[in-house]
Design a protein around this ligand. Structure first.
Ligand code: PLP
Length: 429
């Protein structure tokens, strides 16, 4: 495979953009190779500037559940674009998408559109804090909710200590209001509530974490969170930026049968355009400006193009429920093929999958939280990743990201991926 043009473009980009990229993971920092520059995408495939073709399992990091350049999405976008790209004034497009989300997710009675997942979770925290008049937020180790100050916090040294910033530039004064707890640890979260419960505004969780590989919360853990937050008058915020409309049309909360106070969305609800949203009970949402006094705003929020791509995507998903059945079938086929290969070759691996979110961890440990995920052999992953890329399989360039399937991946492509996986694993050992 030739990467000459990509390499030249990367060098040029690095002169003007920090690291040559507008989001760090795109620079492939954990696999030590230069990223291909992408020219276009169609269906399940992307094509780079050197003419290489890849079966894409990143899907723009989750949004493209219908694949690249879906004809209905593109056609609707062209129609709307002809009318203008932004007005900063209300349109019916916003109500259409909001209504669709509210109908699909019963816990969401009202919703506010923003421009990214980061904005959604950041605004959800302000709402939780403003509503409860408390400051402390609890999050979980290995969960990612975007890069806002309150959420880019890792665990302190003791089990009950307050968080420490994950990045320079986050004031300790903000970090002190975030507690980072252990995922799937009922005793841990109970201890935190015993000690700080009456000051906790909300708990935010990825119900199926896709940011330490794929690690689902247990049903017991989710039930416990719902119970304990209610007991202490704290809000439960389920971050469905990644899982929303990915694992089910009714989102991850329907799989757990959990009724959260606030839900955050992003990715799929924007159909590949920049969108986020947060929604929840009317009683809580009515505190947001202009009907309430908790302020939040956005120049491009509810942008007509983004609303259109999201609406058409959700409408297609709603009208074609078989898509989720097929996604399950194809994802299972991919997982089974990978599992068989690891057994044949003798590679130690653990698989976690929920619907079309899959992760192969290079560890023999069961992966249930951040520390078990960290037992993965990332050097093996780096070799694996490069070998897959060379065979035209585009995976997320990190052990701790999800593999996403789309509605348009074919069984032939999955078979090809399983064969590529076999050859790549042989190189790993
Ligand atoms: N929440 C979750 C669960 C995510 O996976 C992400 C991004 O991957 C975010 C929030 C942040 O979204 P964005 O990158 O759109 O700001």
């Amino acid at each position: 495979m030739e990467f000459t043009k990509s390499k030249a473009l990367f060098e040029e980009a690095k002169k003007f953009i920090p690291g040559g990229v507008n989001s760090p993971v795109r620079a492939f920092p954990s696999v030590n190779i230069d990223p291909p520059f992408i020219q276009r995408g169609k269906g399940s495939k992307i094509y780079d500037v050197d003419g290489n073709e890849y079966i894409d399992y990143v899907g723009s990091w989750g949004p493209l559940i219908l694949g690249h350049a879906h004809p209905e999405v593109i056609s609707a976008l062209k129609d709307v674009m002809d009318l203008g790209t932004s007005y900063g004034a209300p349109t019916d497009l916003e109500t259409r998408l909001s209504k669709l989300v509210c109908e699909a997710v019963p816990s969401v009675e009202m919703i506010r559109m923003v421009n990214s997942g980061t904005e959604a979770t950041m605004s959800a925290l302000r709402l939780a804090r403003g509503y409860t008049k408390r400051d402390i937020i609890v999050k979980f180790e290995g969960n990612y909710h975007g890069h806002s100050d309150s959420l880019l916090i890792k665990a302190g040294s003791g089990a009950l200590t307050f968080g420490v910033p994950n990045s320079p530039g986050i004031p300790q004064d903000i970090a002190k209001n975030t507690i980072t707890a252990k995922y799937n640890d009922i005793e841990g979260i109970t201890n935190i509530f015993d000690r700080f419960g009456k000051d906790i505004a909300g708990v935010i969780i990825e119900p199926i974490s896709g940011n330490m590989g794929v690690v689902p919360a247990t049903k017991e853990f989710m039930n416990h969170l719902r119970k304990i937050t209610k007991e202490y008058g704290s809000l439960l915020i389920i971050d469905e930026v990644m899982t929303g409309f990915r694992v089910s049309f009714h989102c991850a909360q329907s799989l757990y049968n959990i009724d959260p106070d606030i839900t955050t969305f992003g990715k799929i609800i924007g159909g590949g355009l920049p969108v986020g949203a947060y929604g929840g009970k009317r009683e809580i949402m009515k505190h947001i400006s202009p009907i309430g006094d908790i302020y939040q705003a956005g120049t491009l929020s509810g942008n007509p193009l983004a609303m259109t791509a999201g609406y058409i995507t959700l409408k297609i998903l709603k009208e074609n429920p078989y898509i989720y059945e097929e996604l399950e079938e194809k994802s299972k086929m991919l997982e089974n093929g990978f599992v068989e290969n690891t057994k044949k070759i003798g590679v130690k691996a653990t698989f976690n999958r929920v619907g079309s979110m899959l992760c192969m961890f290079f560890t023999e440990k069961k992966v249930v939280d951040f520390s078990s995920a960290m037992t993965s052999n990332t050097s093996q992953f780096a070799i694996y990743f490069e070998e897959m890329l060379k065979q035209g399989i585009y995976l997320a360039p990190s052990q701790f990201e999800a593999t996403f399937l789309s509605a348009v991946h074919t069984k032939e492509e999955i078979q090809k991926t399983i064969e590529a996986n076999y050859h790549a694993l042989k190189k790993v050992i």
